[in-house]
Write a protein that binds this ligand. Structure first.
Ligand SMILES: CSCCC(=O)C(=O)COP(=O)(O)O
Ligand SMILES: [Mg+2]
Length: 229
């Protein structure tokens, strides 16, 4: 029986174009000035210290760190430090009403129904926990944060790494086959399945010809019973 659903964001609940054409450019355009202005703030300073550690350059100055962050953004590197800083910059974007978090039209209804059925809902995204809360709290379907029981980001591990799913499973205190993972990326679903989870691939645009996991186009096509043996 499925007791928890863990969902990815980009390409699953939300359009990849929103992330790549709205969120990422918003942070990119502001990053350099923003770091200069805020590097002494404790949460920013902690992220920059983590970045120095990630780079293996304990003495890196602000210019070097900024250059590394631009390189990471070019590579779409899922660096925990970068993701943390992006989340902080997006905070003002949501607060100023520069954008709303994009959710596909089928998402809010399905999440609400699953929540009403007593299924616990969680997010697992490379975006920071703060970025996840901001997106669901300021979405085009309103504030959906009340539906979620928790948020996981790259601090728990990388999304293609089976150990991340094992650790999340332990935190949820559920048997692996009681957890359903929703994602658009086959390699993430492969890792979740290796951990014993049930999986479902969202194919918002084009089907994945490899068909390694059950595929749906929308959340309202997900029949939870079908994932229970
Ligand atoms: C929380 S929205 C920003 C998502 C993000 O930064 C990202 O890198 C996409 O990660 P996902 O794991 O949701 O594909
Ligand atoms: Mg995704």
């Amino acid at each position: 029986m499925i007791r928890a659903i863990v969902t990815d964001i980009e390409g699953t609940t939300s359009d990849i174009r929103f992330v790549h054409q709205v969120l990422f450019p918003y942070a990119r355009e502001r990053l350099s000035d923003w770091i200069r202005a805020h590097h002494a703030a404790p949460e920013v300073s902690a992220a920059l210290t983590a970045l120095r550690h990630e780079l293996g350059e304990p003495a890196a100055d602000i210019d070097r760190l900024t250059a590394a962050l631009y390189q990471f953004m070019d590579e779409d590197r899922k660096s925990t430090a970068l993701k943390s800083l992006q989340g902080m910059i997006w905070r003002s974007g949501y607060r100023n009403g520069d954008f709303l978090g994009h959710l596909y039209p089928d998402v809010a209804n399905s999440l609400t129904q699953w929540h009403q059925q007593g299924i616990k809902l969680y997010v697992y995204s490379s975006g920071s926990e703060e970025a996840q809360r901001l997106l669901f709290g300021n979405s085009n379907a309103g504030d959906l944060t009340r539906l979620f029981s928790g948020y996981f980001d790259t601090r728990i591990g990388a999304k293609r790494d089976v150990s991340a799913y094992r650790t999340i499973g332990e935190r949820l205190a559920l048997a692996p086959d009681e957890i359903l993972f929703l994602s658009d990326i086959r390699q993430e679903l492969d890792a979740a399945r290796q951990a014993g989870w049930r999986t479902c691939q969202l194919v918002r645009d084009q089907a994945d010809p490899q068909r390694q996991h059950p595929q749906v186009n929308r959340f309202d096509q997900i029949n939870i019973q079908e994932f229970t043996e």
